[in-house]
Design a protein around this ligand. Structure first.
Ligand code: ATP
Length: 598
Protein backbone atom coordinates (compact mmCIF):
# COMPACT_ATOMS: atom_id res chain seq x y z
CA UNK A 1 0.00 0.00 0.00
CA UNK A 2 1.35 3.36 -0.96
CA UNK A 3 2.02 5.83 1.79
CA UNK A 4 2.04 8.80 -0.56
CA UNK A 5 -0.69 11.27 -0.09
CA UNK A 6 -1.88 14.13 -2.13
CA UNK A 7 -2.55 16.95 0.23
CA UNK A 8 -3.40 20.59 0.27
CA UNK A 9 -1.12 23.10 1.95
CA UNK A 10 -3.17 23.21 5.11
CA UNK A 11 -3.40 19.50 5.52
CA UNK A 12 -1.99 17.61 8.42
CA UNK A 13 0.09 14.84 6.99
CA UNK A 14 -0.85 11.83 9.05
CA UNK A 15 1.87 9.74 7.55
CA UNK A 16 4.48 12.25 8.62
CA UNK A 17 2.95 12.24 12.07
CA UNK A 18 3.07 8.49 12.26
CA UNK A 19 6.63 8.44 10.97
CA UNK A 20 7.62 11.16 13.45
CA UNK A 21 6.11 9.19 16.30
CA UNK A 22 8.26 6.27 15.34
CA UNK A 23 11.53 8.12 15.52
CA UNK A 24 13.62 6.53 18.17
CA UNK A 25 11.79 3.23 18.04
CA UNK A 26 13.66 0.15 16.98
CA UNK A 27 13.44 -0.21 13.22
CA UNK A 28 12.13 -3.64 12.77
CA UNK A 29 10.53 -5.64 10.06
CA UNK A 30 8.96 -8.82 11.28
CA UNK A 31 8.66 -11.58 8.75
CA UNK A 32 6.62 -14.59 9.51
CA UNK A 33 4.88 -17.34 7.72
CA UNK A 34 2.17 -19.59 8.89
CA UNK A 35 2.28 -23.30 8.76
CA UNK A 36 -0.52 -25.26 7.30
CA UNK A 37 -3.02 -27.23 9.24
CA UNK A 38 -1.34 -30.60 9.12
CA UNK A 39 1.52 -29.14 11.08
CA UNK A 40 -0.91 -28.54 13.92
CA UNK A 41 -0.39 -24.90 14.36
CA UNK A 42 1.55 -21.98 13.09
CA UNK A 43 5.07 -22.01 11.94
CA UNK A 44 6.08 -18.57 12.92
CA UNK A 45 9.25 -17.56 11.31
CA UNK A 46 10.41 -14.28 12.67
CA UNK A 47 13.25 -12.36 11.26
CA UNK A 48 14.21 -8.90 12.23
CA UNK A 49 15.87 -6.37 10.04
CA UNK A 50 16.77 -2.86 10.83
CA UNK A 51 16.46 -0.95 7.65
CA UNK A 52 13.13 0.82 7.40
CA UNK A 53 11.86 3.20 10.00
CA UNK A 54 8.41 1.67 10.19
CA UNK A 55 7.57 -1.57 11.81
CA UNK A 56 5.84 -3.80 9.35
CA UNK A 57 4.71 -7.33 9.01
CA UNK A 58 6.33 -8.40 5.81
CA UNK A 59 5.34 -11.90 4.86
CA UNK A 60 7.38 -13.91 2.46
CA UNK A 61 4.04 -14.66 0.84
CA UNK A 62 0.54 -13.41 1.49
CA UNK A 63 -0.03 -13.35 5.23
CA UNK A 64 -2.69 -15.87 5.92
CA UNK A 65 -4.29 -15.70 9.30
CA UNK A 66 -7.01 -17.93 8.03
CA UNK A 67 -4.64 -20.80 7.55
CA UNK A 68 -3.49 -20.66 11.08
CA UNK A 69 -7.04 -20.47 12.26
CA UNK A 70 -8.27 -23.24 10.05
CA UNK A 71 -7.28 -25.94 12.49
CA UNK A 72 -9.91 -24.59 14.81
CA UNK A 73 -12.49 -24.17 12.13
CA UNK A 74 -12.70 -27.91 11.88
CA UNK A 75 -13.23 -28.16 15.61
CA UNK A 76 -16.22 -25.93 15.30
CA UNK A 77 -17.95 -28.50 13.11
CA UNK A 78 -17.65 -31.12 15.77
CA UNK A 79 -18.81 -28.86 18.55
CA UNK A 80 -21.55 -27.16 16.70
CA UNK A 81 -24.14 -29.22 18.56
CA UNK A 82 -22.79 -27.97 21.83
CA UNK A 83 -22.90 -24.39 20.79
CA UNK A 84 -26.57 -23.95 21.48
CA UNK A 85 -26.35 -25.88 24.72
CA UNK A 86 -23.37 -23.80 25.82
CA UNK A 87 -25.25 -20.69 24.87
CA UNK A 88 -28.14 -21.81 27.06
CA UNK A 89 -25.76 -22.33 29.92
CA UNK A 90 -24.27 -18.90 29.33
CA UNK A 91 -27.73 -17.38 29.26
CA UNK A 92 -28.61 -19.10 32.51
CA UNK A 93 -25.40 -17.85 34.08
CA UNK A 94 -26.10 -14.41 32.70
CA UNK A 95 -29.50 -14.44 34.34
CA UNK A 96 -27.90 -15.33 37.66
CA UNK A 97 -25.26 -12.71 37.18
CA UNK A 98 -26.75 -9.97 35.05
CA UNK A 99 -23.41 -8.21 34.76
CA UNK A 100 -21.69 -10.80 32.65
CA UNK A 101 -21.57 -14.50 32.36
CA UNK A 102 -17.94 -15.42 32.80
CA UNK A 103 -16.25 -17.08 29.92
CA UNK A 104 -15.02 -20.23 31.46
CA UNK A 105 -12.03 -21.26 29.45
CA UNK A 106 -11.26 -24.11 31.81
CA UNK A 107 -14.20 -26.09 30.47
CA UNK A 108 -13.14 -25.71 26.88
CA UNK A 109 -10.31 -27.78 25.57
CA UNK A 110 -8.43 -25.84 22.96
CA UNK A 111 -5.39 -26.96 21.09
CA UNK A 112 -2.12 -25.79 22.52
CA UNK A 113 -1.20 -22.49 20.89
CA UNK A 114 1.84 -21.86 23.04
CA UNK A 115 4.02 -21.07 20.06
CA UNK A 116 1.56 -18.59 18.68
CA UNK A 117 1.20 -16.88 22.03
CA UNK A 118 4.94 -16.53 22.31
CA UNK A 119 4.94 -15.00 18.87
CA UNK A 120 2.25 -12.49 19.67
CA UNK A 121 4.00 -11.58 22.89
CA UNK A 122 7.02 -10.80 20.82
CA UNK A 123 5.22 -8.71 18.23
CA UNK A 124 3.08 -7.02 20.84
CA UNK A 125 6.11 -5.26 22.13
CA UNK A 126 6.16 -3.23 18.95
CA UNK A 127 3.63 -0.91 17.47
CA UNK A 128 1.91 -2.69 14.64
CA UNK A 129 0.93 -0.63 11.69
CA UNK A 130 0.21 -3.16 9.01
CA UNK A 131 -3.19 -4.70 8.59
CA UNK A 132 -3.60 -8.42 8.46
CA UNK A 133 -5.78 -10.30 6.05
CA UNK A 134 -8.88 -11.93 7.30
CA UNK A 135 -9.00 -15.07 9.35
CA UNK A 136 -11.56 -16.44 7.03
CA UNK A 137 -11.31 -20.09 7.44
CA UNK A 138 -13.55 -21.25 10.18
CA UNK A 139 -15.17 -24.41 9.08
CA UNK A 140 -18.87 -24.75 9.29
CA UNK A 141 -21.80 -22.63 10.23
CA UNK A 142 -23.67 -23.12 13.41
CA UNK A 143 -27.31 -22.55 13.79
CA UNK A 144 -29.36 -21.70 16.78
CA UNK A 145 -32.63 -20.21 17.78
CA UNK A 146 -33.08 -16.86 19.26
CA UNK A 147 -34.47 -17.56 22.65
CA UNK A 148 -36.18 -20.09 24.88
CA UNK A 149 -34.44 -22.94 23.22
CA UNK A 150 -35.49 -26.43 24.03
CA UNK A 151 -32.55 -28.37 25.41
CA UNK A 152 -32.29 -31.26 23.08
CA UNK A 153 -31.24 -34.75 24.02
CA UNK A 154 -27.86 -35.85 22.88
CA UNK A 155 -28.40 -36.38 19.19
CA UNK A 156 -25.85 -36.02 16.47
CA UNK A 157 -24.75 -32.46 15.95
CA UNK A 158 -26.11 -32.16 12.47
CA UNK A 159 -29.49 -33.58 13.40
CA UNK A 160 -29.61 -31.26 16.37
CA UNK A 161 -28.77 -28.32 14.18
CA UNK A 162 -31.63 -29.12 11.91
CA UNK A 163 -34.04 -29.90 14.71
CA UNK A 164 -33.24 -26.58 16.24
CA UNK A 165 -33.53 -24.84 12.96
CA UNK A 166 -37.02 -26.26 12.57
CA UNK A 167 -38.20 -24.69 15.80
CA UNK A 168 -40.28 -21.69 14.92
CA UNK A 169 -38.60 -18.52 16.02
CA UNK A 170 -40.88 -16.77 18.42
CA UNK A 171 -40.06 -13.28 17.41
CA UNK A 172 -40.20 -13.72 13.71
CA UNK A 173 -43.30 -13.65 11.65
CA UNK A 174 -43.86 -15.87 8.66
CA UNK A 175 -40.61 -17.50 8.01
CA UNK A 176 -38.44 -17.38 4.98
CA UNK A 177 -38.27 -21.12 4.48
CA UNK A 178 -35.54 -22.74 2.51
CA UNK A 179 -37.90 -23.38 -0.31
CA UNK A 180 -38.82 -19.74 -0.37
CA UNK A 181 -35.23 -18.60 -0.20
CA UNK A 182 -34.64 -20.79 -3.19
CA UNK A 183 -37.19 -18.85 -5.08
CA UNK A 184 -34.78 -16.09 -5.81
CA UNK A 185 -34.88 -13.72 -7.50
CA UNK A 186 -36.93 -11.56 -5.29
CA UNK A 187 -38.12 -13.31 -2.19
CA UNK A 188 -39.28 -10.31 -0.31
CA UNK A 189 -38.99 -11.35 3.28
CA UNK A 190 -39.56 -8.00 4.74
CA UNK A 191 -38.69 -7.28 8.24
CA UNK A 192 -38.73 -4.33 10.49
CA UNK A 193 -37.11 -3.51 13.72
CA UNK A 194 -40.01 -2.40 15.87
CA UNK A 195 -37.94 0.07 17.75
CA UNK A 196 -34.59 1.06 16.38
CA UNK A 197 -33.86 3.31 19.28
CA UNK A 198 -33.74 0.32 21.58
CA UNK A 199 -30.50 -0.41 23.33
CA UNK A 200 -28.26 -2.89 21.60
CA UNK A 201 -28.15 -4.84 24.81
CA UNK A 202 -31.56 -6.14 24.07
CA UNK A 203 -30.38 -9.24 22.46
CA UNK A 204 -33.00 -10.12 19.95
CA UNK A 205 -34.61 -7.11 18.38
CA UNK A 206 -38.15 -7.84 17.43
CA UNK A 207 -38.49 -8.61 13.80
CA UNK A 208 -41.76 -8.39 12.05
CA UNK A 209 -41.50 -10.26 8.83
CA UNK A 210 -44.06 -10.08 6.15
CA UNK A 211 -44.05 -12.38 3.22
CA UNK A 212 -45.21 -10.43 0.25
CA UNK A 213 -46.93 -11.60 -2.84
CA UNK A 214 -45.32 -11.97 -6.25
CA UNK A 215 -43.02 -14.69 -5.07
CA UNK A 216 -41.67 -16.22 -8.20
CA UNK A 217 -40.87 -19.90 -8.27
CA UNK A 218 -37.87 -21.36 -9.99
CA UNK A 219 -38.16 -24.10 -12.48
CA UNK A 220 -37.48 -27.03 -10.24
CA UNK A 221 -38.76 -29.70 -12.54
CA UNK A 222 -41.20 -32.00 -10.76
CA UNK A 223 -40.52 -30.59 -7.32
CA UNK A 224 -42.81 -27.79 -6.26
CA UNK A 225 -41.15 -25.17 -4.10
CA UNK A 226 -43.25 -26.09 -1.06
CA UNK A 227 -42.39 -29.74 -1.47
CA UNK A 228 -38.80 -28.82 -1.86
CA UNK A 229 -38.62 -27.28 1.58
CA UNK A 230 -40.12 -30.41 3.04
CA UNK A 231 -37.92 -32.68 1.00
CA UNK A 232 -34.85 -30.80 2.07
CA UNK A 233 -35.81 -31.13 5.70
CA UNK A 234 -36.63 -34.82 5.44
CA UNK A 235 -33.48 -35.50 3.56
CA UNK A 236 -31.36 -33.67 6.05
CA UNK A 237 -32.97 -35.26 9.05
CA UNK A 238 -32.61 -38.65 7.46
CA UNK A 239 -29.03 -38.05 6.53
CA UNK A 240 -28.18 -36.89 9.99
CA UNK A 241 -29.19 -40.17 11.50
CA UNK A 242 -26.26 -41.78 9.79
CA UNK A 243 -22.58 -41.24 10.19
CA UNK A 244 -20.93 -38.24 8.63
CA UNK A 245 -19.06 -40.37 6.16
CA UNK A 246 -22.14 -42.34 5.26
CA UNK A 247 -24.47 -39.42 4.80
CA UNK A 248 -22.93 -36.78 2.73
CA UNK A 249 -24.43 -38.14 -0.44
CA UNK A 250 -27.80 -37.02 0.90
CA UNK A 251 -26.52 -33.52 1.49
CA UNK A 252 -24.99 -33.74 -1.92
CA UNK A 253 -28.38 -34.54 -3.43
CA UNK A 254 -29.78 -31.51 -1.70
CA UNK A 255 -27.00 -29.39 -2.99
CA UNK A 256 -27.82 -30.58 -6.49
CA UNK A 257 -31.44 -29.72 -5.88
CA UNK A 258 -30.47 -26.26 -4.65
CA UNK A 259 -28.48 -25.79 -7.82
CA UNK A 260 -31.38 -27.09 -9.91
CA UNK A 261 -29.33 -29.94 -11.26
CA UNK A 262 -30.06 -33.64 -11.51
CA UNK A 263 -26.36 -34.45 -11.81
CA UNK A 264 -23.06 -32.56 -11.60
CA UNK A 265 -21.93 -30.51 -14.58
CA UNK A 266 -18.41 -30.19 -15.87
CA UNK A 267 -16.51 -26.99 -15.18
CA UNK A 268 -16.24 -26.18 -18.85
CA UNK A 269 -20.04 -26.52 -19.22
CA UNK A 270 -20.45 -23.85 -16.61
CA UNK A 271 -17.72 -21.51 -17.80
CA UNK A 272 -18.71 -21.68 -21.43
CA UNK A 273 -22.01 -20.07 -20.42
CA UNK A 274 -20.15 -16.96 -19.36
CA UNK A 275 -17.23 -16.57 -21.76
CA UNK A 276 -14.88 -18.29 -24.10
CA UNK A 277 -12.91 -20.40 -21.58
CA UNK A 278 -9.57 -19.31 -23.05
CA UNK A 279 -10.23 -15.84 -21.61
CA UNK A 280 -10.43 -17.06 -18.02
CA UNK A 281 -7.96 -15.56 -15.58
CA UNK A 282 -7.45 -16.23 -11.90
CA UNK A 283 -8.04 -13.15 -9.75
CA UNK A 284 -7.78 -14.32 -6.17
CA UNK A 285 -7.65 -17.18 -3.75
CA UNK A 286 -8.97 -18.19 -0.37
CA UNK A 287 -8.20 -21.19 1.75
CA UNK A 288 -11.04 -23.18 0.26
CA UNK A 289 -11.76 -21.35 -2.92
CA UNK A 290 -10.00 -20.20 -6.06
CA UNK A 291 -11.54 -17.16 -7.76
CA UNK A 292 -11.47 -16.80 -11.54
CA UNK A 293 -12.70 -14.01 -13.72
CA UNK A 294 -15.02 -15.65 -16.20
CA UNK A 295 -16.45 -13.09 -18.60
CA UNK A 296 -18.22 -10.44 -16.57
CA UNK A 297 -18.53 -12.77 -13.58
CA UNK A 298 -16.26 -14.20 -10.93
CA UNK A 299 -16.42 -17.95 -10.36
CA UNK A 300 -15.30 -19.14 -6.96
CA UNK A 301 -14.56 -22.83 -7.04
CA UNK A 302 -14.72 -24.74 -3.78
CA UNK A 303 -13.80 -28.45 -3.82
CA UNK A 304 -16.12 -30.55 -1.67
CA UNK A 305 -16.55 -33.97 -0.12
CA UNK A 306 -13.24 -35.42 -1.30
CA UNK A 307 -10.57 -37.12 0.78
CA UNK A 308 -7.69 -35.19 -0.72
CA UNK A 309 -6.51 -32.47 1.63
CA UNK A 310 -6.55 -29.10 -0.07
CA UNK A 311 -4.19 -26.38 1.10
CA UNK A 312 -3.65 -28.45 4.22
CA UNK A 313 -7.37 -28.60 4.94
CA UNK A 314 -10.03 -31.22 4.93
CA UNK A 315 -12.40 -30.37 2.11
CA UNK A 316 -15.69 -28.80 3.07
CA UNK A 317 -18.69 -31.11 3.13
CA UNK A 318 -21.87 -30.66 1.10
CA UNK A 319 -23.80 -29.88 4.27
CA UNK A 320 -21.52 -26.94 5.01
CA UNK A 321 -21.87 -25.60 1.51
CA UNK A 322 -25.64 -25.88 1.78
CA UNK A 323 -25.55 -23.43 4.64
CA UNK A 324 -23.30 -21.00 2.78
CA UNK A 325 -25.62 -21.24 -0.16
CA UNK A 326 -28.60 -20.38 2.04
CA UNK A 327 -26.80 -17.35 3.40
CA UNK A 328 -25.73 -16.05 -0.02
CA UNK A 329 -29.18 -16.56 -1.41
CA UNK A 330 -30.78 -14.86 1.54
CA UNK A 331 -28.67 -11.77 0.99
CA UNK A 332 -29.47 -11.95 -2.71
CA UNK A 333 -33.08 -11.34 -1.75
CA UNK A 334 -32.15 -7.83 -0.76
CA UNK A 335 -31.35 -6.96 -4.32
CA UNK A 336 -34.93 -5.93 -4.98
CA UNK A 337 -36.29 -7.51 -8.09
CA UNK A 338 -39.62 -5.83 -7.84
CA UNK A 339 -40.38 -2.36 -6.63
CA UNK A 340 -42.19 -3.36 -3.48
CA UNK A 341 -39.34 -4.14 -1.17
CA UNK A 342 -39.43 -2.95 2.36
CA UNK A 343 -35.66 -3.38 2.62
CA UNK A 344 -33.42 -3.48 -0.41
CA UNK A 345 -29.85 -2.80 -1.45
CA UNK A 346 -27.37 -4.03 -4.02
CA UNK A 347 -24.21 -3.74 -1.95
CA UNK A 348 -23.85 -7.39 -0.96
CA UNK A 349 -22.19 -9.21 -3.80
CA UNK A 350 -24.71 -10.81 -6.10
CA UNK A 351 -24.73 -14.57 -6.35
CA UNK A 352 -25.70 -15.10 -9.95
CA UNK A 353 -25.66 -18.85 -10.01
CA UNK A 354 -24.57 -21.86 -8.03
CA UNK A 355 -23.43 -25.05 -9.68
CA UNK A 356 -22.19 -28.44 -8.62
CA UNK A 357 -19.40 -29.75 -10.87
CA UNK A 358 -17.38 -32.93 -11.03
CA UNK A 359 -14.11 -33.93 -12.68
CA UNK A 360 -10.42 -33.16 -12.65
CA UNK A 361 -9.53 -29.46 -12.67
CA UNK A 362 -10.07 -28.08 -16.11
CA UNK A 363 -6.76 -27.58 -18.00
CA UNK A 364 -7.73 -23.99 -18.84
CA UNK A 365 -8.12 -23.25 -15.15
CA UNK A 366 -4.83 -24.94 -14.39
CA UNK A 367 -3.15 -22.65 -16.88
CA UNK A 368 -4.85 -19.61 -15.35
CA UNK A 369 -3.82 -20.84 -11.91
CA UNK A 370 -0.20 -21.22 -13.00
CA UNK A 371 -0.13 -17.77 -14.60
CA UNK A 372 -1.36 -16.23 -11.38
CA UNK A 373 1.10 -18.27 -9.34
CA UNK A 374 3.91 -16.99 -11.54
CA UNK A 375 2.93 -13.41 -10.86
CA UNK A 376 1.69 -13.48 -7.30
CA UNK A 377 2.99 -16.69 -5.78
CA UNK A 378 0.05 -18.82 -4.72
CA UNK A 379 -0.31 -20.11 -1.20
CA UNK A 380 -2.64 -22.82 -2.42
CA UNK A 381 -1.85 -26.32 -3.62
CA UNK A 382 -1.56 -26.88 -7.33
CA UNK A 383 -5.02 -27.94 -8.56
CA UNK A 384 -3.66 -30.63 -10.89
CA UNK A 385 -3.83 -33.02 -7.93
CA UNK A 386 -7.62 -33.26 -8.01
CA UNK A 387 -8.90 -36.68 -9.12
CA UNK A 388 -11.43 -37.38 -11.88
CA UNK A 389 -14.26 -37.87 -9.40
CA UNK A 390 -13.62 -34.64 -7.45
CA UNK A 391 -16.74 -32.56 -6.80
CA UNK A 392 -16.91 -28.78 -6.48
CA UNK A 393 -19.39 -26.05 -5.82
CA UNK A 394 -19.00 -23.14 -8.20
CA UNK A 395 -20.29 -19.80 -6.94
CA UNK A 396 -20.94 -17.57 -9.92
CA UNK A 397 -20.71 -14.06 -8.50
CA UNK A 398 -20.93 -10.57 -9.87
CA UNK A 399 -17.49 -8.99 -10.30
CA UNK A 400 -17.12 -6.57 -7.41
CA UNK A 401 -13.82 -4.97 -8.46
CA UNK A 402 -10.71 -4.51 -6.37
CA UNK A 403 -10.50 -4.77 -2.61
CA UNK A 404 -10.15 -1.64 -0.48
CA UNK A 405 -6.63 -2.61 0.48
CA UNK A 406 -5.36 -2.27 -3.08
CA UNK A 407 -7.85 0.23 -4.46
CA UNK A 408 -6.60 3.81 -4.84
CA UNK A 409 -9.17 6.22 -3.45
CA UNK A 410 -8.90 9.61 -5.08
CA UNK A 411 -10.52 12.03 -2.69
CA UNK A 412 -12.60 12.59 0.41
CA UNK A 413 -15.86 12.32 -1.48
CA UNK A 414 -15.03 8.78 -2.54
CA UNK A 415 -14.23 7.91 1.07
CA UNK A 416 -17.50 9.39 2.28
CA UNK A 417 -19.36 7.46 -0.34
CA UNK A 418 -17.64 4.25 0.67
CA UNK A 419 -18.76 4.82 4.27
CA UNK A 420 -22.32 5.71 3.42
CA UNK A 421 -22.72 2.72 1.10
CA UNK A 422 -21.37 0.26 3.64
CA UNK A 423 -23.39 1.77 6.49
CA UNK A 424 -26.64 1.87 4.54
CA UNK A 425 -26.16 -1.70 3.31
CA UNK A 426 -25.55 -2.96 6.83
CA UNK A 427 -28.57 -1.02 8.06
CA UNK A 428 -30.76 -2.62 5.41
CA UNK A 429 -29.48 -6.13 6.11
CA UNK A 430 -29.84 -5.59 9.86
CA UNK A 431 -33.40 -4.46 9.42
CA UNK A 432 -34.24 -7.34 7.15
CA UNK A 433 -32.30 -10.25 8.58
CA UNK A 434 -30.60 -9.12 11.79
CA UNK A 435 -27.48 -9.43 9.70
CA UNK A 436 -24.04 -8.81 11.17
CA UNK A 437 -21.03 -9.20 8.92
CA UNK A 438 -18.51 -9.68 11.75
CA UNK A 439 -15.45 -9.60 9.49
CA UNK A 440 -15.60 -6.43 7.46
CA UNK A 441 -11.90 -5.78 7.02
CA UNK A 442 -10.48 -4.03 3.99
CA UNK A 443 -10.05 -7.26 2.03
CA UNK A 444 -13.80 -7.86 2.13
CA UNK A 445 -14.87 -4.57 0.65
CA UNK A 446 -14.63 -4.47 -3.11
CA UNK A 447 -14.67 -1.25 -5.09
CA UNK A 448 -15.19 -0.35 -8.67
CA UNK A 449 -15.80 2.88 -10.59
CA UNK A 450 -19.18 3.30 -12.25
CA UNK A 451 -21.03 6.11 -13.95
CA UNK A 452 -24.14 5.98 -11.77
CA UNK A 453 -24.38 9.15 -9.72
CA UNK A 454 -26.36 7.50 -6.96
CA UNK A 455 -27.00 4.08 -5.50
CA UNK A 456 -30.42 3.09 -4.27
CA UNK A 457 -31.36 1.66 -0.88
CA UNK A 458 -34.74 1.01 0.67
CA UNK A 459 -34.71 0.99 4.42
CA UNK A 460 -37.91 0.04 6.16
CA UNK A 461 -39.98 1.16 3.24
CA UNK A 462 -38.15 4.43 2.78
CA UNK A 463 -36.31 4.86 -0.51
CA UNK A 464 -32.90 6.51 -0.27
CA UNK A 465 -30.30 7.45 -2.86
CA UNK A 466 -26.70 7.83 -1.77
CA UNK A 467 -24.22 9.73 -3.88
CA UNK A 468 -21.52 7.49 -5.28
CA UNK A 469 -19.03 10.06 -6.58
CA UNK A 470 -18.38 7.37 -9.16
CA UNK A 471 -17.67 4.58 -6.69
CA UNK A 472 -19.61 1.32 -6.27
CA UNK A 473 -19.06 -0.77 -3.16
CA UNK A 474 -19.61 -4.53 -2.83
CA UNK A 475 -19.31 -6.52 0.36
CA UNK A 476 -18.04 -10.11 0.18
CA UNK A 477 -17.10 -13.01 2.45
CA UNK A 478 -19.86 -13.93 4.85
CA UNK A 479 -17.90 -16.66 6.55
CA UNK A 480 -18.18 -15.16 10.04
CA UNK A 481 -21.54 -13.50 9.48
CA UNK A 482 -24.69 -13.99 11.46
CA UNK A 483 -28.08 -13.93 9.81
CA UNK A 484 -31.66 -14.67 10.79
CA UNK A 485 -33.45 -15.99 7.74
CA UNK A 486 -36.72 -15.97 9.63
CA UNK A 487 -36.60 -19.70 10.00
CA UNK A 488 -33.14 -20.18 11.30
CA UNK A 489 -30.14 -18.33 12.56
CA UNK A 490 -26.85 -18.99 10.84
CA UNK A 491 -23.81 -17.96 12.79
CA UNK A 492 -20.32 -19.10 13.57
CA UNK A 493 -19.25 -19.78 17.10
CA UNK A 494 -16.14 -17.65 17.26
CA UNK A 495 -15.43 -18.80 20.82
CA UNK A 496 -14.05 -21.97 19.31
CA UNK A 497 -11.37 -19.80 17.76
CA UNK A 498 -9.44 -18.27 20.63
CA UNK A 499 -6.52 -17.20 18.47
CA UNK A 500 -8.81 -14.84 16.61
CA UNK A 501 -8.82 -12.70 19.71
CA UNK A 502 -5.12 -12.90 20.31
CA UNK A 503 -3.98 -10.98 17.26
CA UNK A 504 -1.53 -8.12 17.60
CA UNK A 505 -2.39 -5.33 19.96
CA UNK A 506 -2.90 -2.04 18.18
CA UNK A 507 -3.93 -3.76 14.97
CA UNK A 508 -7.38 -2.31 14.42
CA UNK A 509 -8.67 -5.44 12.72
CA UNK A 510 -7.79 -7.60 15.70
CA UNK A 511 -8.91 -4.99 18.18
CA UNK A 512 -12.27 -5.16 16.44
CA UNK A 513 -12.57 -8.92 16.98
CA UNK A 514 -11.82 -8.36 20.66
CA UNK A 515 -14.42 -5.61 20.89
CA UNK A 516 -16.96 -7.89 19.23
CA UNK A 517 -16.24 -10.48 21.88
CA UNK A 518 -16.96 -7.92 24.59
CA UNK A 519 -20.15 -6.79 22.94
CA UNK A 520 -21.52 -10.27 22.34
CA UNK A 521 -20.27 -11.68 25.64
CA UNK A 522 -19.47 -14.65 23.45
CA UNK A 523 -23.08 -15.49 22.74
CA UNK A 524 -22.34 -15.52 19.05
CA UNK A 525 -25.79 -16.68 18.06
CA UNK A 526 -27.38 -13.59 19.60
CA UNK A 527 -28.20 -10.45 17.68
CA UNK A 528 -25.70 -7.67 18.39
CA UNK A 529 -25.90 -5.11 15.59
CA UNK A 530 -23.29 -3.11 17.50
CA UNK A 531 -20.73 -5.42 15.87
CA UNK A 532 -21.55 -3.71 12.57
CA UNK A 533 -20.80 -0.36 14.19
CA UNK A 534 -17.44 -1.65 15.39
CA UNK A 535 -16.51 -2.47 11.82
CA UNK A 536 -17.64 0.98 10.70
CA UNK A 537 -15.27 2.48 13.25
CA UNK A 538 -12.56 0.20 11.95
CA UNK A 539 -13.24 1.48 8.43
CA UNK A 540 -12.90 5.09 9.56
CA UNK A 541 -9.54 4.17 11.09
CA UNK A 542 -8.48 2.55 7.85
CA UNK A 543 -9.43 5.62 5.86
CA UNK A 544 -7.57 7.89 8.23
CA UNK A 545 -4.48 5.83 8.76
CA UNK A 546 -4.05 3.48 5.84
CA UNK A 547 -5.45 5.14 2.78
CA UNK A 548 -3.95 8.04 0.92
CA UNK A 549 -6.42 10.31 -0.81
CA UNK A 550 -6.77 13.98 -1.35
CA UNK A 551 -8.20 15.53 1.79
CA UNK A 552 -8.04 18.62 3.91
CA UNK A 553 -7.50 18.70 7.65
CA UNK A 554 -11.18 19.59 8.01
CA UNK A 555 -12.06 16.29 6.30
CA UNK A 556 -9.88 14.40 8.73
CA UNK A 557 -11.55 16.13 11.64
CA UNK A 558 -14.93 15.09 10.23
CA UNK A 559 -13.84 11.50 10.05
CA UNK A 560 -12.45 11.56 13.57
CA UNK A 561 -15.63 13.03 15.01
CA UNK A 562 -17.73 10.51 13.08
CA UNK A 563 -15.72 7.76 14.70
CA UNK A 564 -16.39 9.28 18.11
CA UNK A 565 -20.11 9.60 17.51
CA UNK A 566 -20.28 6.03 16.29
CA UNK A 567 -19.49 5.00 19.87
CA UNK A 568 -22.97 6.01 20.87
CA UNK A 569 -24.79 4.05 18.18
CA UNK A 570 -25.87 0.51 18.74
CA UNK A 571 -26.47 -0.49 15.13
CA UNK A 572 -25.76 0.48 11.57
CA UNK A 573 -29.44 1.38 11.44
CA UNK A 574 -28.83 4.06 14.04
CA UNK A 575 -25.50 5.09 12.55
CA UNK A 576 -27.03 5.92 9.18
CA UNK A 577 -28.95 8.74 10.84
CA UNK A 578 -25.68 10.52 11.70
CA UNK A 579 -25.17 14.02 10.34
CA UNK A 580 -22.07 12.85 8.46
CA UNK A 581 -24.28 10.87 6.09
CA UNK A 582 -27.08 13.37 5.79
CA UNK A 583 -25.73 15.38 2.90
CA UNK A 584 -24.70 12.26 1.03
CA UNK A 585 -28.31 11.32 0.39
CA UNK A 586 -30.30 12.99 -2.33
CA UNK A 587 -34.07 13.44 -2.28
CA UNK A 588 -36.43 11.68 -4.66
CA UNK A 589 -36.79 14.90 -6.63
CA UNK A 590 -33.07 15.42 -6.89
CA UNK A 591 -32.75 11.82 -7.91
CA UNK A 592 -35.22 12.37 -10.74
CA UNK A 593 -33.18 15.34 -11.90
CA UNK A 594 -29.95 13.42 -11.77
CA UNK A 595 -31.65 10.61 -13.64
CA UNK A 596 -29.52 7.96 -11.96
CA UNK A 597 -30.61 4.42 -11.26
CA UNK A 598 -33.63 4.17 -9.03
N1 ATP B 1 -17.11 -11.29 -6.49
C1 ATP B 1 -15.81 -11.02 -6.52
N2 ATP B 1 -15.34 -10.02 -7.28
C2 ATP B 1 -14.01 -9.76 -7.36
N3 ATP B 1 -13.09 -10.45 -6.66
C3 ATP B 1 -13.51 -11.46 -5.88
C4 ATP B 1 -14.88 -11.79 -5.75
N4 ATP B 1 -15.00 -12.83 -4.90
C5 ATP B 1 -13.76 -13.14 -4.51
N5 ATP B 1 -12.86 -12.33 -5.09
C6 ATP B 1 -11.42 -12.37 -4.93
O1 ATP B 1 -11.04 -13.68 -4.54
C7 ATP B 1 -10.46 -13.66 -3.24
C8 ATP B 1 -10.90 -14.91 -2.48
O2 ATP B 1 -12.28 -14.83 -2.26
P1 ATP B 1 -12.92 -15.20 -0.87
O3 ATP B 1 -12.27 -14.40 0.20
O4 ATP B 1 -14.39 -15.09 -1.01
O5 ATP B 1 -12.45 -16.72 -0.81
P2 ATP B 1 -12.77 -17.80 0.27
O6 ATP B 1 -12.45 -19.12 -0.33
O7 ATP B 1 -14.15 -17.56 0.81
O8 ATP B 1 -11.76 -17.53 1.38
P3 ATP B 1 -11.79 -18.38 2.70
O9 ATP B 1 -12.37 -19.71 2.39
O10 ATP B 1 -10.38 -18.40 3.08
O11 ATP B 1 -12.71 -17.59 3.56
C9 ATP B 1 -10.90 -12.35 -2.63
O12 ATP B 1 -9.96 -11.88 -1.72
C10 ATP B 1 -11.02 -11.42 -3.83
O13 ATP B 1 -9.76 -10.89 -4.17
Amino acid sequence: MGSQRVSGDNDIDLWSEVAAAEVGQPQVAVIYRRRRAENSGIDVQISQTFKGNRLSLAPSKRISWNRALSTRGRTSIAISADVVYRHQLKQKEAKKNPKRAPYNRTNVKFPDYGNERAYFKEVDSFELLEESPSPKNFGTWSMGIQSDQIILPDVSSRLRKWLISRQPTQSCGPSSSLAKILETPGVPMESVYCDVSKSSNEKTPVLISAQKSNVKGLDLGDVSSDDLGEEITKLTLKSNHTSIDGNYHDSFSMLLMFCKQSSPSTMSDVFSQYCDPINIVKIGEGTYGEAFKVGATVCKIVPIDGDLRVNGEMQKRSSELLEEVVLSRTLNNLRGHDNNEYNACTTFIETIDLRVCQGAYDPILIKAWEDWDGKHGSENDHPKEFPENQCYVVFVLAHGGQDLESFVLLNFNESRSLLVQVTAALAVAEASYEFEHRDLHWGNILLTRKNDATVHFTLEGKPMWAQTFGLKVSIIDFTLSRINTGERILFLDLSSDPLLFEGPKGDSQFETYRKMREVTEECWDGSYPKTNVLWLQYLVDILLLKKSFKRASKDERELRSLKKRLHSYSSARESITDAFFEELFVSADEQKEIGGNS
